[in-house]
Design a protein around this ligand. Structure first.
Ligand SMILES: [Zn+2]
Length: 135
């Protein structure tokens, strides 16, 4: 995605495109991918960016709040940002930390329990935890 397109995309999602937000957006939105904050910071450093960690965190929180990226929490201390924002599922490899998309139509219907009173279903997103076969 070219710089001008990314700027427009941020605006479309109600995010004021500051130069620092654009730097973060250029890393995460360049293709369909799942990145941790550390991976995003590494990528920014490789491009020679001096953006602070706090600014990266703040930008990602804002992107997530505005629906520009999706947050996937695979464990209490492991969060990824997904540039694919439509509903889909994931394989999470617990040994490599790799997340892989599962197209929604390939996962069978699940039995959904009765929802708590006064709530409605917003969505179902499944993380299937996998590991290498033990022989
Ligand atoms: Zn995904």
């Amino acid at each position: 995605m070219a710089g001008a397109d990314i700027k427009q995309k941020l605006r479309d999602f109600g995010v004021q495109p500051t130069s620092q937000r654009l730097e973060v957006a250029e890393v995460i939105l360049q293709r369909p991918q799942h990145l941790s904050v550390d991976q995003i910071i590494d990528a920014l450093r490789q491009r020679g960016s001096r953006i602070s960690k706090a600014t990266v965190y703040n930008s990602l929180n804002l992107f997530s709040k505005n629906g520009l990226v999706k947050e996937i929490n695979v464990a209490a201390d492991r969060r990824y940002y997904d540039s694919t924002i439509h509903a889909h599922h994931h394989f999470y490899h617990v040994e490599t930390g790799e997340l892989t998309d599962i197209p929604p139509e390939t996962l069978g219907m699940m039995k959904i329990p009765a929802l708590p009173r006064g709530t409605e279903q917003e969505g179902v997103e499944v993380v299937i935890r996998i590991r290498n076969k033990r022989t």
